[in-house]
Design a protein around this ligand. Structure first.
Ligand code: HEC
Ligand code: HEC
Ligand code: HEC
Ligand code: HEC
Ligand code: HEC
Ligand code: HEC
Ligand code: HEC
Ligand code: HEC
Ligand code: HEC
Length: 386
């Protein structure tokens, strides 16, 4: 009993001490917690460390109407980005933020938030920004389609790596390979078709000679591909590569495809037509009417290849609905006439090759001998008179 009475007062002090320490730790935890009190910074503007102290934490979100936008920024990924490499700081883009709490955000959806930030890039990338003005995507946006892409849909500002090689000045191999996936975010169907085409499958295997979406459509200034001028320009689009022996010799593909196309009845009329009426759509066949667009296959592909008459006939029938089995033979093919391909044309050409020089040569020979005879006769007459 006695002993118990003696230790009572220190007990109260112990409790108080524990309470005090507890309170102090609690206060420390509360006030030092980054979500509540901003870490301080030196200098006139906060560095990335200041922002990342909070933003590298997982699980924080920004509430936008009924949506939650995660606000975690991965410092490693950001460190590898082109912007970080170039010394662009968080606050160079987020010019409205210098402390915490941040200014209120008015937007009520994640899309509205992205759209509100979409002008950020303009300050440093005026060139790309101004190109987008005339694009189909901007036109869709202006017509009220908020799903049309803005810069950050195709380039995450926090993780974007270099696209253009610093030494080569050209699109890097990996950037080129990634292009279709960028467009696939929205154009899933087109992407799935392209992926299996002769061009798309080669790209996936690392071939950088084949066209990606942006070689045919452009990038920031994508124009409407359904217009007359786009259609009339198709042969030029394909011949950019297909007439180039530096590319095509590697694959053993003929570089005469445009020349032979232009020489045929469709090509001749399209070429003439284009000169006369550049803005009017041609109804004659262009490259893509026979070969397809996003689904171009090898011509000897056993299933869809158009070297097979039946497959080619289907293409002709779109415009010549009454065409029957032999009709597709009327396409003289891209081959230059040879004893194997178009022997008739080949031999007729050959015939003229000898016939015309023979006839002309004969005539010239005749004329020359005639002149000679006259000169000789004249001089004979001259000697007689003198
Ligand atoms: C103390 C912690 C903290 C610091 C420091 C901090 N943030 Fe934030 N930030 C948050 C939190 C939490 C949110 C989520 C929304 C909210 O609570 O305001 C957020 C939201 C954001 C957003 C989206 C909303 C908006 O206002 O646009 C951006 C952008 C942002 N922070 C950028 C920055 C930048 C840049 C810095 C450095 C200058 C920074 N933050 C410093 C905690 C912080
Ligand atoms: C090159 C410009 C740029 C830089 C540098 C940049 N941001 Fe951003 N940030 C943006 C844009 C643009 C958005 C809007 C993105 C969108 O469309 O959703 C954004 C969005 C955010 C958001 C909202 C969540 C999200 O991911 O959309 C946070 C948080 C944020 N930035 C923090 C930071 C921090 C922290 C840094 C530095 C480590 C930083 N940003 C560097 C341009 C930038
Ligand atoms: C404060 C200036 C600044 C802002 C704002 C900015 N950038 Fe950049 N960005 C740069 C610099 C500097 C480079 C380095 C390469 C260059 O000079 O183009 C770069 C590079 C890039 C590249 C890679 C280019 C290449 O040649 O490989 C892309 C893509 C890019 N930025 C997109 C964006 C987007 C999208 C935004 C808006 C969200 C944005 N940038 C905002 C300064 C900026
Ligand atoms: C529809 C997707 C898309 C949109 C939207 C987009 N880009 Fe690009 N951007 C690309 C692709 C893909 C490339 C790679 C170049 C190529 O394929 O030729 C690229 C290249 C770039 C480059 C490297 C230099 C160059 O011109 O090739 C910069 C810088 C750039 N974009 C900035 C921007 C800015 C700023 C915006 C907004 C105004 C923007 N981009 C909008 C897809 C897009
Ligand atoms: C964020 C979504 C998005 C991304 C990413 C995107 N597009 Fe689009 N694109 C659209 C929308 C929306 C339209 C307009 C509506 C429509 O016609 O489908 C459109 C229209 C087009 C058109 C015109 C279609 C027509 O029928 O006239 C072309 C061509 C096109 N995009 C090409 C591309 C290419 C190439 C890329 C990649 C570099 C790309 N798009 C990336 C959303 C996107
Ligand atoms: C070899 C050139 C070429 C390549 C590569 C290419 N396109 Fe096209 N694209 C065209 C042509 C030509 C048209 C017009 C087709 C027509 O007349 O119907 C077109 C039409 C389109 C259209 C609008 C009509 C439609 O078919 O939906 C979209 C969207 C489109 N392309 C997106 C893409 C995307 C995304 C990629 C990459 C995955 C891509 N294109 C790759 C040449 C190409
Ligand atoms: C950027 C260059 C480029 C452009 C533009 C291009 N091609 Fe190609 N194309 C290639 C290359 C390279 C190959 C060979 C791929 C391989 O064999 O792996 C090829 C293969 C082909 C083949 C298969 C030939 C065979 O082996 O049977 C056809 C058909 C074809 N292209 C048609 C077209 C048409 C039609 C267009 C225009 C709408 C076009 N290409 C635009 C580069 C291009
Ligand atoms: C995109 C539509 C289109 C496709 C596909 C097409 N043609 Fe034609 N073709 C025409 C038009 C239009 C003319 C009329 C040309 C003129 O009168 O100048 C024509 C003319 C011809 C002629 C000249 C004789 C005639 O009937 O006036 C032949 C032969 C011909 N096409 C064969 C073919 C063959 C073979 C194919 C398939 C390999 C084919 N065409 C695919 C549109 C097409
Ligand atoms: C009227 C249909 C038709 C048109 C138009 C057409 N092609 Fe062809 N193309 C064919 C057929 C059929 C073959 C397969 C064998 C042959 O006839 O040469 C072929 C073969 C090819 C090949 C493979 C050549 C090789 O060496 O393996 C390429 C590449 C090609 N065409 C590209 C083009 C381009 C580029 C254009 C437009 C300038 C075009 N084609 C216009 C029907 C057509």
């Amino acid at each position: 009993m006695h002993q118990r009475n003696q230790i009572r007062p220190p007990r109260i002090w112990t409790v108080l001490l524990f309470l005090g320490v507890g309170l102090f730790i609690f206060a420390l935890a509360v006030f030092a917690s980054p979500a509540q009190a901003a870490p301080s910074y030196q200098g006139d503007k906060p560095g990335n460390d200041f922002c990342l102290a909070c933003h590298q934490e997982e699980g924080k979100t920004l509430t936008l109407g009924s949506e939650e936008l995660p606000v975690t920024i991965n410092p490693t990924q950001f460190g590898l980005s082109v912007h970080s490499e170039e010394g662009i700081a968080c606050v160079d883009c987020h010019t409205n933020i210098s402390d915490y709490p941040h200014p209120d955000v008015k937007e009520k959806s994640t899309r509205a938030f992205s759209l509100a930030y979409s002008e950020t890039c303009k300050d440093c990338h005026e060139d790309q920004y101004s190109k987008t003005h005339d694009s189909v995507h901007q036109a869709a946006m202006d017509a009220g389609n908020e799903n049309a892409p803005i810069c950050s849909d195709c380039h995450n500002p926090h993780t974007q790596t270099r696209l253009i090689g610093q030494e080569s000045g050209l699109l890097t191999i990996s950037a080129r390979r990634d292009v279709p996936a960028t467009c696939a975010k929205c154009h899933t169907e087109t992407y799935d078709t392209y992926k299996n085409s002769v061009h798309g499958s080669a790209l996936a295997d690392g071939n950088t000679d084949v066209p990606t979406c942006t070689d045919c459509h452009g990038v920031h200034n994508i124009s409407d591909p359904t217009t007359a001028s786009f259609r009339n320009n198709t042969p030029a689009l394909c011949s950019d590569c297909h007439d180039n022996p530096e590319i095509m010799d590697k694959y053993g593909i003929s570089t005469k495809v445009t020349e032979t196309y232009v020489a045929d009845f469709h090509g001749t009329t399209v070429t003439l037509f284009e000169k006369e009426f550049p803005g009017q759509e041609t109804n004659k066949a262009v490259c893509t009417d026979c070969h397809g667009v996003h689904d171009i296959a090898r011509v000897d592909n056993p299933e869809t290849g158009i070297a097979l008459r039946e497959n080619l006939l289907i293409k002709c029938q779109r415009c010549h609905p009454d065409a029957t089995a032999n009709f597709s033979d009327a396409w003289m093919s891209h081959y230059e006439p040879s004893p194997e391909h178009n022997p008739l044309v080949y031999y007729v050409n050959l015939f003229y090759m000898f016939f015309i020089p023979a006839v002309l040569g004969g005539m010239i020979f005749f004329i020359l001998t005639d002149i000679y005879r006259r000169i000789v006769n004249n001089s004979k007459k001259g000697t007689k008179h003198s």
